[in-house]
Design a protein around this ligand. Structure first.
Ligand SMILES: Cc1cc2nc3c(=O)[nH]c(=O)nc-3n(C[C@H](O)[C@H](O)[C@H](O)COP(=O)(O)OP(=O)(O)OC[C@H]3O[C@@H](n4cnc5c(N)ncnc54)[C@H](O)[C@@H]3O)c2cc1C
Length: 512
Protein backbone atom coordinates (compact mmCIF):
# COMPACT_ATOMS: atom_id res chain seq x y z
CA UNK A 1 0.00 0.00 0.00
CA UNK A 2 1.29 3.44 -0.95
CA UNK A 3 0.18 7.00 -0.38
CA UNK A 4 0.56 7.68 -4.12
CA UNK A 5 0.82 5.18 -6.98
CA UNK A 6 1.88 6.68 -10.32
CA UNK A 7 1.34 4.54 -13.42
CA UNK A 8 3.99 5.84 -15.82
CA UNK A 9 7.50 7.21 -15.42
CA UNK A 10 7.88 9.81 -18.19
CA UNK A 11 8.09 13.55 -17.64
CA UNK A 12 4.63 13.73 -16.04
CA UNK A 13 4.98 10.78 -13.65
CA UNK A 14 8.50 11.65 -12.55
CA UNK A 15 7.82 15.37 -12.14
CA UNK A 16 4.92 14.46 -9.85
CA UNK A 17 7.19 12.17 -7.81
CA UNK A 18 9.82 14.95 -7.70
CA UNK A 19 7.23 17.48 -6.48
CA UNK A 20 5.70 15.35 -3.71
CA UNK A 21 7.20 15.48 -0.19
CA UNK A 22 9.46 12.58 0.74
CA UNK A 23 7.25 11.90 3.79
CA UNK A 24 4.80 10.21 1.41
CA UNK A 25 5.31 6.68 0.12
CA UNK A 26 5.33 6.79 -3.68
CA UNK A 27 5.24 3.96 -6.23
CA UNK A 28 6.19 4.51 -9.89
CA UNK A 29 5.21 1.76 -12.34
CA UNK A 30 6.64 1.51 -15.84
CA UNK A 31 5.60 -1.00 -18.45
CA UNK A 32 9.17 -1.49 -19.66
CA UNK A 33 12.47 -0.19 -18.26
CA UNK A 34 12.38 3.15 -16.39
CA UNK A 35 13.60 5.19 -19.40
CA UNK A 36 11.60 3.93 -22.40
CA UNK A 37 8.97 6.61 -23.04
CA UNK A 38 8.00 9.37 -25.44
CA UNK A 39 9.71 11.79 -23.09
CA UNK A 40 13.08 10.16 -23.77
CA UNK A 41 12.52 10.70 -27.52
CA UNK A 42 11.73 14.42 -27.35
CA UNK A 43 14.20 16.23 -29.58
CA UNK A 44 12.74 19.72 -29.94
CA UNK A 45 12.68 21.20 -26.47
CA UNK A 46 10.56 22.88 -23.82
CA UNK A 47 8.69 26.12 -24.49
CA UNK A 48 8.73 28.88 -21.86
CA UNK A 49 8.75 32.66 -22.15
CA UNK A 50 12.01 33.68 -20.51
CA UNK A 51 13.50 36.49 -22.61
CA UNK A 52 12.78 40.22 -22.41
CA UNK A 53 11.11 40.33 -25.84
CA UNK A 54 8.67 37.58 -24.83
CA UNK A 55 5.91 37.26 -22.25
CA UNK A 56 3.50 34.55 -21.08
CA UNK A 57 0.74 36.56 -22.80
CA UNK A 58 2.51 36.08 -26.17
CA UNK A 59 3.02 32.40 -25.40
CA UNK A 60 -0.69 32.09 -24.56
CA UNK A 61 -1.62 33.85 -27.78
CA UNK A 62 0.49 31.45 -29.90
CA UNK A 63 -0.90 28.43 -28.02
CA UNK A 64 -4.49 29.55 -28.58
CA UNK A 65 -3.85 30.29 -32.25
CA UNK A 66 -2.41 26.81 -32.87
CA UNK A 67 -5.34 25.25 -30.97
CA UNK A 68 -7.85 26.15 -33.75
CA UNK A 69 -10.45 27.80 -31.48
CA UNK A 70 -10.69 24.81 -29.19
CA UNK A 71 -8.36 25.41 -26.23
CA UNK A 72 -9.63 26.24 -22.76
CA UNK A 73 -8.55 29.90 -22.71
CA UNK A 74 -8.25 30.48 -18.96
CA UNK A 75 -6.25 27.29 -18.52
CA UNK A 76 -3.89 28.21 -21.33
CA UNK A 77 -3.13 31.44 -19.56
CA UNK A 78 -2.42 29.93 -16.15
CA UNK A 79 -0.48 27.09 -17.84
CA UNK A 80 2.01 29.37 -19.60
CA UNK A 81 2.50 31.55 -16.49
CA UNK A 82 3.20 28.50 -14.35
CA UNK A 83 5.29 27.09 -17.20
CA UNK A 84 7.64 30.03 -16.86
CA UNK A 85 8.20 29.40 -13.14
CA UNK A 86 8.48 25.61 -13.41
CA UNK A 87 11.23 25.98 -16.03
CA UNK A 88 13.00 28.56 -13.85
CA UNK A 89 12.79 26.05 -11.00
CA UNK A 90 14.42 23.34 -13.16
CA UNK A 91 17.18 25.77 -14.19
CA UNK A 92 17.86 26.54 -10.52
CA UNK A 93 17.85 22.85 -9.62
CA UNK A 94 20.55 22.28 -12.22
CA UNK A 95 18.85 20.74 -15.26
CA UNK A 96 21.65 21.19 -17.82
CA UNK A 97 19.88 23.33 -20.42
CA UNK A 98 22.10 24.52 -23.28
CA UNK A 99 23.36 28.00 -22.39
CA UNK A 100 24.61 30.98 -24.36
CA UNK A 101 27.88 32.86 -23.68
CA UNK A 102 26.14 34.80 -20.85
CA UNK A 103 25.40 31.51 -19.06
CA UNK A 104 21.63 31.93 -19.52
CA UNK A 105 19.54 29.34 -21.38
CA UNK A 106 20.09 29.65 -25.12
CA UNK A 107 16.54 30.06 -26.44
CA UNK A 108 15.65 28.67 -29.85
CA UNK A 109 12.73 29.57 -32.10
CA UNK A 110 10.28 27.11 -33.67
CA UNK A 111 7.52 27.41 -36.23
CA UNK A 112 4.30 29.07 -34.90
CA UNK A 113 6.14 30.57 -31.89
CA UNK A 114 6.30 34.38 -32.13
CA UNK A 115 9.42 34.63 -29.94
CA UNK A 116 12.57 32.72 -29.04
CA UNK A 117 11.36 30.50 -26.20
CA UNK A 118 12.52 26.90 -26.76
CA UNK A 119 14.97 25.51 -24.22
CA UNK A 120 17.15 22.58 -25.27
CA UNK A 121 19.44 20.26 -23.36
CA UNK A 122 22.25 18.45 -25.15
CA UNK A 123 21.07 19.82 -28.52
CA UNK A 124 18.43 17.37 -29.72
CA UNK A 125 18.68 15.26 -26.51
CA UNK A 126 16.30 17.38 -24.39
CA UNK A 127 13.95 14.52 -23.49
CA UNK A 128 16.77 12.17 -22.54
CA UNK A 129 18.46 14.77 -20.34
CA UNK A 130 15.16 15.63 -18.66
CA UNK A 131 14.56 11.95 -17.90
CA UNK A 132 18.08 11.52 -16.48
CA UNK A 133 17.58 14.61 -14.32
CA UNK A 134 14.20 13.47 -12.96
CA UNK A 135 15.32 9.87 -12.40
CA UNK A 136 18.31 11.19 -10.45
CA UNK A 137 16.18 13.57 -8.35
CA UNK A 138 13.64 10.89 -7.41
CA UNK A 139 16.22 8.28 -6.45
CA UNK A 140 15.61 6.94 -2.95
CA UNK A 141 12.31 8.78 -2.78
CA UNK A 142 10.16 6.42 -4.83
CA UNK A 143 9.72 2.67 -5.08
CA UNK A 144 10.17 1.80 -8.74
CA UNK A 145 8.34 -1.07 -10.37
CA UNK A 146 9.91 -1.52 -13.82
CA UNK A 147 8.35 -4.04 -16.20
CA UNK A 148 5.06 -3.81 -14.32
CA UNK A 149 2.08 -3.50 -16.60
CA UNK A 150 -1.10 -1.88 -15.25
CA UNK A 151 -3.98 -4.18 -16.19
CA UNK A 152 -7.00 -2.66 -14.46
CA UNK A 153 -7.79 0.14 -12.04
CA UNK A 154 -9.58 -0.99 -8.89
CA UNK A 155 -12.67 1.05 -8.07
CA UNK A 156 -14.51 0.35 -4.84
CA UNK A 157 -17.76 2.15 -4.27
CA UNK A 158 -17.05 5.27 -6.24
CA UNK A 159 -13.37 5.59 -5.41
CA UNK A 160 -10.24 4.40 -7.20
CA UNK A 161 -8.18 2.55 -4.59
CA UNK A 162 -5.48 0.74 -6.51
CA UNK A 163 -4.37 -1.07 -9.59
CA UNK A 164 -4.10 -4.68 -10.72
CA UNK A 165 -0.68 -5.24 -12.31
CA UNK A 166 1.28 -7.96 -14.03
CA UNK A 167 4.81 -7.95 -12.62
CA UNK A 168 8.15 -8.60 -14.32
CA UNK A 169 7.61 -12.39 -13.94
CA UNK A 170 4.11 -12.18 -15.37
CA UNK A 171 2.51 -12.68 -11.96
CA UNK A 172 -0.51 -10.67 -10.93
CA UNK A 173 -0.62 -8.46 -7.87
CA UNK A 174 -2.63 -5.52 -6.63
CA UNK A 175 -1.06 -2.28 -5.50
CA UNK A 176 -3.26 -0.15 -3.28
CA UNK A 177 -2.89 3.60 -2.92
CA UNK A 178 -4.65 6.54 -1.31
CA UNK A 179 -4.14 8.46 -4.57
CA UNK A 180 -3.88 6.79 -8.01
CA UNK A 181 -2.34 8.70 -10.90
CA UNK A 182 -2.36 7.83 -14.61
CA UNK A 183 0.71 9.14 -16.45
CA UNK A 184 0.81 6.52 -19.20
CA UNK A 185 1.58 8.81 -22.17
CA UNK A 186 0.32 8.75 -25.74
CA UNK A 187 -1.33 6.59 -28.37
CA UNK A 188 0.99 6.60 -31.40
CA UNK A 189 1.44 2.82 -31.45
CA UNK A 190 -2.25 2.34 -32.23
CA UNK A 191 -1.25 3.39 -35.75
CA UNK A 192 0.90 1.57 -38.28
CA UNK A 193 2.90 4.79 -38.77
CA UNK A 194 4.11 6.68 -35.72
CA UNK A 195 6.98 8.62 -34.20
CA UNK A 196 6.14 7.25 -30.75
CA UNK A 197 7.90 4.89 -28.38
CA UNK A 198 6.77 1.25 -28.11
CA UNK A 199 5.03 2.00 -24.79
CA UNK A 200 2.61 4.54 -26.32
CA UNK A 201 -0.35 2.18 -26.74
CA UNK A 202 -3.14 4.26 -25.19
CA UNK A 203 -3.37 2.10 -22.04
CA UNK A 204 -4.31 5.09 -19.89
CA UNK A 205 -7.38 5.77 -22.01
CA UNK A 206 -8.62 2.21 -21.67
CA UNK A 207 -7.77 1.97 -17.96
CA UNK A 208 -9.68 5.18 -17.27
CA UNK A 209 -12.61 4.24 -19.52
CA UNK A 210 -13.05 0.89 -17.80
CA UNK A 211 -12.85 2.59 -14.39
CA UNK A 212 -15.79 4.82 -15.38
CA UNK A 213 -13.90 8.06 -16.09
CA UNK A 214 -14.96 10.62 -18.69
CA UNK A 215 -12.63 11.07 -21.70
CA UNK A 216 -12.68 14.00 -24.13
CA UNK A 217 -11.23 15.48 -27.33
CA UNK A 218 -10.15 12.00 -28.44
CA UNK A 219 -10.56 12.80 -32.14
CA UNK A 220 -7.68 15.28 -32.05
CA UNK A 221 -4.49 13.45 -33.06
CA UNK A 222 -1.45 15.34 -34.36
CA UNK A 223 0.42 13.65 -37.22
CA UNK A 224 4.04 14.41 -38.01
CA UNK A 225 4.57 14.68 -41.78
CA UNK A 226 7.91 12.90 -42.09
CA UNK A 227 8.46 9.63 -40.24
CA UNK A 228 11.14 7.44 -41.85
CA UNK A 229 9.17 4.42 -43.14
CA UNK A 230 10.84 1.19 -44.25
CA UNK A 231 8.91 -1.94 -45.23
CA UNK A 232 5.74 -0.38 -43.78
CA UNK A 233 7.46 0.15 -40.41
CA UNK A 234 8.17 3.49 -38.74
CA UNK A 235 11.87 4.00 -38.06
CA UNK A 236 12.11 7.41 -36.38
CA UNK A 237 11.29 11.00 -36.99
CA UNK A 238 12.92 13.26 -39.59
CA UNK A 239 12.44 16.76 -38.24
CA UNK A 240 11.06 19.77 -40.16
CA UNK A 241 14.53 21.28 -39.97
CA UNK A 242 15.66 18.97 -42.80
CA UNK A 243 13.02 20.48 -45.11
CA UNK A 244 14.03 23.87 -43.72
CA UNK A 245 17.54 23.19 -45.07
CA UNK A 246 16.08 22.55 -48.52
CA UNK A 247 15.21 18.83 -48.76
CA UNK A 248 12.56 18.01 -51.42
CA UNK A 249 9.57 15.71 -51.20
CA UNK A 250 9.48 13.60 -54.35
CA UNK A 251 7.76 10.50 -55.63
CA UNK A 252 9.18 7.37 -57.25
CA UNK A 253 9.68 9.14 -60.60
CA UNK A 254 11.34 12.20 -59.06
CA UNK A 255 8.31 14.52 -59.29
CA UNK A 256 8.02 17.14 -56.49
CA UNK A 257 4.77 16.20 -54.73
CA UNK A 258 4.08 19.68 -53.27
CA UNK A 259 3.95 21.28 -56.73
CA UNK A 260 0.52 22.84 -57.26
CA UNK A 261 -0.47 22.18 -53.64
CA UNK A 262 1.03 25.15 -51.79
CA UNK A 263 3.27 28.05 -52.89
CA UNK A 264 5.64 27.35 -49.98
CA UNK A 265 6.09 23.78 -51.28
CA UNK A 266 7.87 21.66 -48.62
CA UNK A 267 7.69 24.55 -46.12
CA UNK A 268 3.88 24.80 -46.20
CA UNK A 269 2.15 24.38 -42.80
CA UNK A 270 2.74 20.98 -41.23
CA UNK A 271 -0.82 19.67 -41.67
CA UNK A 272 -0.92 20.59 -45.37
CA UNK A 273 2.40 18.82 -46.02
CA UNK A 274 1.27 15.78 -44.02
CA UNK A 275 -2.03 15.48 -45.90
CA UNK A 276 -0.28 15.84 -49.28
CA UNK A 277 2.19 13.06 -48.42
CA UNK A 278 -0.53 10.74 -47.13
CA UNK A 279 -2.76 11.36 -50.20
CA UNK A 280 0.18 10.53 -52.46
CA UNK A 281 0.88 7.27 -50.61
CA UNK A 282 -2.78 6.26 -50.81
CA UNK A 283 -3.40 7.29 -54.43
CA UNK A 284 -0.02 6.97 -56.19
CA UNK A 285 2.69 5.37 -54.09
CA UNK A 286 5.69 6.06 -51.85
CA UNK A 287 7.05 9.51 -51.09
CA UNK A 288 10.73 10.23 -50.47
CA UNK A 289 12.68 13.00 -48.85
CA UNK A 290 15.59 13.97 -51.07
CA UNK A 291 18.33 15.49 -48.90
CA UNK A 292 21.24 14.40 -51.11
CA UNK A 293 22.06 18.00 -52.09
CA UNK A 294 22.33 19.27 -48.49
CA UNK A 295 26.03 19.83 -47.83
CA UNK A 296 27.31 18.47 -44.50
CA UNK A 297 24.07 16.63 -43.62
CA UNK A 298 25.82 14.46 -41.04
CA UNK A 299 27.13 17.54 -39.21
CA UNK A 300 23.86 19.46 -39.38
CA UNK A 301 21.67 16.52 -38.33
CA UNK A 302 23.86 14.07 -36.38
CA UNK A 303 20.98 12.17 -34.68
CA UNK A 304 18.92 11.84 -37.86
CA UNK A 305 22.00 10.82 -39.82
CA UNK A 306 22.95 8.12 -37.32
CA UNK A 307 19.37 6.80 -37.20
CA UNK A 308 19.35 6.59 -41.04
CA UNK A 309 22.76 4.87 -41.03
CA UNK A 310 21.44 2.35 -38.47
CA UNK A 311 18.77 1.51 -41.05
CA UNK A 312 21.45 1.19 -43.80
CA UNK A 313 20.49 4.49 -45.43
CA UNK A 314 22.92 7.29 -46.23
CA UNK A 315 21.04 10.61 -46.56
CA UNK A 316 23.96 12.08 -48.55
CA UNK A 317 23.51 9.42 -51.24
CA UNK A 318 20.04 7.91 -50.91
CA UNK A 319 16.39 8.95 -50.84
CA UNK A 320 14.60 8.60 -47.51
CA UNK A 321 11.09 7.04 -47.66
CA UNK A 322 8.75 9.09 -45.44
CA UNK A 323 5.10 8.90 -44.42
CA UNK A 324 3.09 10.87 -41.82
CA UNK A 325 2.87 9.19 -38.43
CA UNK A 326 0.78 9.65 -35.30
CA UNK A 327 2.82 11.98 -33.11
CA UNK A 328 0.81 13.52 -30.26
CA UNK A 329 -2.66 13.07 -28.76
CA UNK A 330 -4.35 16.30 -27.76
CA UNK A 331 -7.30 14.50 -26.14
CA UNK A 332 -7.38 12.07 -23.25
CA UNK A 333 -8.81 11.58 -19.79
CA UNK A 334 -10.81 14.65 -18.82
CA UNK A 335 -9.23 16.49 -15.91
CA UNK A 336 -9.88 19.52 -13.73
CA UNK A 337 -7.39 22.36 -13.24
CA UNK A 338 -5.70 20.19 -10.60
CA UNK A 339 -5.53 16.98 -12.63
CA UNK A 340 -8.51 15.23 -11.00
CA UNK A 341 -10.53 12.90 -13.22
CA UNK A 342 -14.26 12.26 -12.81
CA UNK A 343 -13.43 9.20 -10.63
CA UNK A 344 -12.60 10.21 -7.02
CA UNK A 345 -9.06 9.24 -6.05
CA UNK A 346 -7.90 9.05 -9.68
CA UNK A 347 -5.76 11.74 -11.35
CA UNK A 348 -4.36 11.96 -14.88
CA UNK A 349 -1.35 13.95 -16.12
CA UNK A 350 0.84 14.23 -19.22
CA UNK A 351 -0.18 13.06 -22.66
CA UNK A 352 -2.86 10.66 -21.39
CA UNK A 353 -4.75 13.56 -19.82
CA UNK A 354 -6.87 16.14 -21.57
CA UNK A 355 -6.31 19.47 -19.86
CA UNK A 356 -7.75 21.51 -22.72
CA UNK A 357 -4.55 23.55 -23.16
CA UNK A 358 -3.72 22.10 -26.59
CA UNK A 359 -7.25 22.41 -27.98
CA UNK A 360 -7.47 20.78 -31.39
CA UNK A 361 -3.77 21.15 -32.18
CA UNK A 362 -0.68 21.35 -29.99
CA UNK A 363 1.87 24.12 -30.32
CA UNK A 364 5.33 22.55 -30.71
CA UNK A 365 7.28 22.05 -27.46
CA UNK A 366 4.24 22.68 -25.24
CA UNK A 367 3.76 19.04 -24.25
CA UNK A 368 6.79 18.56 -22.01
CA UNK A 369 5.75 21.82 -20.37
CA UNK A 370 2.21 20.54 -19.86
CA UNK A 371 3.57 17.40 -18.17
CA UNK A 372 5.69 19.52 -15.82
CA UNK A 373 3.03 22.09 -14.93
CA UNK A 374 0.14 19.71 -14.31
CA UNK A 375 2.33 17.25 -12.38
CA UNK A 376 3.15 20.06 -9.96
CA UNK A 377 -0.53 20.91 -9.64
CA UNK A 378 -1.43 17.30 -8.82
CA UNK A 379 1.33 17.24 -6.18
CA UNK A 380 -0.24 20.29 -4.53
CA UNK A 381 -3.74 18.85 -4.78
CA UNK A 382 -2.73 15.51 -3.27
CA UNK A 383 -1.19 17.23 -0.26
CA UNK A 384 -4.35 19.20 0.44
CA UNK A 385 -6.75 16.28 -0.15
CA UNK A 386 -8.25 14.13 2.58
CA UNK A 387 -6.40 10.86 3.10
CA UNK A 388 -8.92 8.11 2.49
CA UNK A 389 -8.44 5.03 4.64
CA UNK A 390 -6.72 2.12 2.93
CA UNK A 391 -9.19 -0.19 1.28
CA UNK A 392 -9.36 -3.95 1.07
CA UNK A 393 -8.33 -4.96 -2.44
CA UNK A 394 -10.27 -7.68 -4.21
CA UNK A 395 -8.74 -11.00 -5.21
CA UNK A 396 -9.90 -12.08 -8.65
CA UNK A 397 -10.37 -15.59 -9.91
CA UNK A 398 -8.13 -16.97 -12.69
CA UNK A 399 -8.65 -15.45 -16.15
CA UNK A 400 -11.18 -17.44 -18.13
CA UNK A 401 -11.96 -15.38 -21.23
CA UNK A 402 -10.12 -14.61 -24.46
CA UNK A 403 -9.72 -11.56 -26.66
CA UNK A 404 -7.47 -11.10 -29.67
CA UNK A 405 -7.06 -7.75 -31.35
CA UNK A 406 -7.73 -7.83 -35.10
CA UNK A 407 -4.31 -8.22 -36.69
CA UNK A 408 -4.67 -5.35 -39.15
CA UNK A 409 -6.08 -2.80 -36.67
CA UNK A 410 -3.02 -0.45 -36.72
CA UNK A 411 -3.15 -0.41 -40.52
CA UNK A 412 -6.89 0.30 -40.46
CA UNK A 413 -6.26 3.07 -37.94
CA UNK A 414 -3.67 4.65 -40.26
CA UNK A 415 -5.85 4.31 -43.34
CA UNK A 416 -9.28 5.10 -41.89
CA UNK A 417 -8.83 7.01 -38.61
CA UNK A 418 -5.57 8.65 -39.61
CA UNK A 419 -4.76 11.95 -41.16
CA UNK A 420 -7.56 11.74 -43.79
CA UNK A 421 -10.93 10.59 -42.41
CA UNK A 422 -14.07 9.91 -44.43
CA UNK A 423 -17.64 9.46 -43.15
CA UNK A 424 -18.16 6.00 -44.69
CA UNK A 425 -14.82 4.71 -43.40
CA UNK A 426 -15.53 5.98 -39.90
CA UNK A 427 -18.97 4.41 -39.97
CA UNK A 428 -17.58 1.08 -41.17
CA UNK A 429 -14.81 1.13 -38.57
CA UNK A 430 -17.11 1.64 -35.62
CA UNK A 431 -19.45 -1.05 -36.92
CA UNK A 432 -16.57 -3.50 -37.35
CA UNK A 433 -14.93 -2.55 -34.04
CA UNK A 434 -17.58 -1.39 -31.57
CA UNK A 435 -16.60 0.22 -28.28
CA UNK A 436 -17.19 -2.36 -25.54
CA UNK A 437 -16.89 -2.73 -21.82
CA UNK A 438 -14.69 -5.65 -20.71
CA UNK A 439 -14.35 -7.17 -17.23
CA UNK A 440 -10.61 -6.78 -17.65
CA UNK A 441 -9.44 -9.15 -14.89
CA UNK A 442 -11.29 -12.04 -16.57
CA UNK A 443 -8.73 -12.01 -19.41
CA UNK A 444 -5.07 -13.16 -19.49
CA UNK A 445 -2.47 -10.38 -19.19
CA UNK A 446 -1.44 -10.29 -22.85
CA UNK A 447 -5.11 -10.24 -23.86
CA UNK A 448 -5.69 -7.23 -21.57
CA UNK A 449 -2.82 -5.43 -23.34
CA UNK A 450 -4.70 -6.06 -26.58
CA UNK A 451 -7.99 -4.90 -25.06
CA UNK A 452 -6.30 -1.62 -24.07
CA UNK A 453 -5.13 -1.06 -27.66
CA UNK A 454 -8.53 -2.05 -29.04
CA UNK A 455 -10.45 0.20 -26.63
CA UNK A 456 -8.20 3.21 -27.22
CA UNK A 457 -8.58 2.75 -31.00
CA UNK A 458 -12.38 2.50 -30.73
CA UNK A 459 -12.56 5.58 -28.49
CA UNK A 460 -10.65 7.67 -31.05
CA UNK A 461 -12.72 6.35 -33.96
CA UNK A 462 -16.02 6.96 -32.13
CA UNK A 463 -15.13 10.58 -31.39
CA UNK A 464 -13.81 11.13 -34.93
CA UNK A 465 -17.11 9.82 -36.31
CA UNK A 466 -19.14 12.16 -34.14
CA UNK A 467 -17.28 15.39 -35.01
CA UNK A 468 -18.68 16.31 -38.42
CA UNK A 469 -16.18 19.04 -39.26
CA UNK A 470 -12.43 19.53 -39.71
CA UNK A 471 -10.47 21.31 -36.99
CA UNK A 472 -6.83 21.10 -35.92
CA UNK A 473 -5.65 17.49 -35.92
CA UNK A 474 -9.07 16.16 -37.00
CA UNK A 475 -9.59 16.26 -40.80
CA UNK A 476 -12.75 14.95 -42.45
CA UNK A 477 -12.70 14.55 -46.23
CA UNK A 478 -16.50 14.88 -46.26
CA UNK A 479 -16.49 18.02 -44.04
CA UNK A 480 -13.21 19.76 -44.89
CA UNK A 481 -13.85 23.06 -43.04
CA UNK A 482 -14.42 24.21 -39.47
CA UNK A 483 -18.12 24.36 -38.61
CA UNK A 484 -19.50 27.09 -36.30
CA UNK A 485 -21.87 24.61 -34.70
CA UNK A 486 -18.84 22.71 -33.34
CA UNK A 487 -16.92 25.73 -32.03
CA UNK A 488 -16.43 25.41 -28.29
CA UNK A 489 -18.03 21.95 -28.25
CA UNK A 490 -16.24 19.06 -26.54
CA UNK A 491 -17.12 15.43 -27.24
CA UNK A 492 -17.07 13.36 -24.05
CA UNK A 493 -17.10 9.56 -23.93
CA UNK A 494 -17.53 7.30 -20.94
CA UNK A 495 -19.16 4.01 -19.94
CA UNK A 496 -22.38 6.01 -19.66
CA UNK A 497 -22.23 6.93 -23.37
CA UNK A 498 -21.61 10.14 -25.30
CA UNK A 499 -22.13 13.73 -24.26
CA UNK A 500 -21.25 17.13 -25.73
CA UNK A 501 -20.14 19.88 -23.35
CA UNK A 502 -19.20 23.54 -23.80
CA UNK A 503 -15.68 24.93 -23.39
CA UNK A 504 -14.86 28.60 -22.85
CA UNK A 505 -12.43 29.20 -25.72
CA UNK A 506 -12.08 32.96 -25.28
CA UNK A 507 -11.06 35.01 -22.32
CA UNK A 508 -11.72 38.57 -23.55
CA UNK A 509 -10.48 40.18 -20.36
CA UNK A 510 -6.84 39.24 -20.74
CA UNK A 511 -6.07 37.34 -23.94
CA UNK A 512 -6.13 39.28 -27.21
C1 LIG B 1 9.79 11.64 -31.40
C2 LIG B 1 9.11 12.60 -30.47
C3 LIG B 1 9.62 13.87 -30.30
C4 LIG B 1 8.97 14.78 -29.44
N1 LIG B 1 9.52 16.01 -29.23
C5 LIG B 1 8.95 16.85 -28.32
C6 LIG B 1 9.57 18.10 -28.00
O1 LIG B 1 10.63 18.42 -28.50
N2 LIG B 1 8.94 18.90 -27.09
C7 LIG B 1 7.77 18.58 -26.48
O2 LIG B 1 7.26 19.35 -25.67
N3 LIG B 1 7.19 17.38 -26.76
C8 LIG B 1 7.75 16.52 -27.65
N4 LIG B 1 7.15 15.32 -27.91
C9 LIG B 1 5.96 14.93 -27.12
C10 LIG B 1 6.37 14.59 -25.70
O3 LIG B 1 7.60 13.91 -25.73
C11 LIG B 1 5.33 13.73 -25.00
O4 LIG B 1 4.05 14.29 -25.15
C12 LIG B 1 5.62 13.63 -23.49
O5 LIG B 1 6.95 13.24 -23.30
C13 LIG B 1 4.67 12.64 -22.83
O6 LIG B 1 5.10 12.44 -21.51
P1 LIG B 1 4.28 11.48 -20.55
O7 LIG B 1 4.98 11.52 -19.23
O8 LIG B 1 2.86 11.82 -20.60
O9 LIG B 1 4.41 10.03 -21.23
P2 LIG B 1 5.71 9.17 -21.61
O10 LIG B 1 6.94 9.96 -21.51
O11 LIG B 1 5.45 8.49 -22.89
O12 LIG B 1 5.73 8.06 -20.45
C14 LIG B 1 4.73 7.09 -20.38
C15 LIG B 1 5.04 6.13 -19.25
O13 LIG B 1 3.90 5.32 -18.99
C16 LIG B 1 4.30 3.97 -18.85
N5 LIG B 1 3.15 3.11 -19.18
C17 LIG B 1 2.36 3.14 -20.28
N6 LIG B 1 1.39 2.22 -20.19
C18 LIG B 1 1.60 1.55 -19.02
C19 LIG B 1 0.95 0.46 -18.37
N7 LIG B 1 -0.11 -0.15 -18.87
N8 LIG B 1 1.47 0.04 -17.19
C20 LIG B 1 2.55 0.63 -16.64
N9 LIG B 1 3.19 1.67 -17.21
C21 LIG B 1 2.72 2.12 -18.38
C22 LIG B 1 5.49 3.83 -19.78
O14 LIG B 1 6.26 2.70 -19.45
C23 LIG B 1 6.20 5.17 -19.55
O15 LIG B 1 7.00 5.09 -18.39
C24 LIG B 1 7.78 14.40 -28.76
C25 LIG B 1 7.27 13.12 -28.94
C26 LIG B 1 7.92 12.22 -29.78
C27 LIG B 1 7.35 10.85 -29.94
Amino acid sequence: MFDVCIVGGGVAGLMLAHSLPSTLSIAVLTKEDPITSNTALAQGGIAASLCAEDSPAFHAHDTLFAAADHAYAERVESFVYEGQSVVEQLVQEGLPFDAGPDGLPDLGQEGAHSARRILHAGGDQTGKRLMQFLVHHTKGKVTRFPFHQALELIVEGEKCTGVLVSDSKGERKTIGARHMVLATGGIGQLYQQTSNSAVATGDGLSLAFHAGAVLEDLEFVQFHPTVLTLGGKSCGLISEAVRGEGAFLIDAVGQRIMEGIHPLMELAPRDIVARAIERHWQQVGPVYLDATHIAGFEKKFPSINSNCQEHSLDPAEQLLPVRPGAHFHMGGVQTTDSGETSVPGLYAIGETASTGVHGANRLASNSLLEGLVFAKRVATKIQSSPHFPFAFLPVHSAPSKEFRIPENLPLRMTEKIGILRAKEDLQQFIEDYPLRHFQLHDYPDNHIAQIHRYTASCLIATAAHLRTESRGGHYRLDEPAKADKWTGKVIELSLKGTAVSERKIKNEETVQ
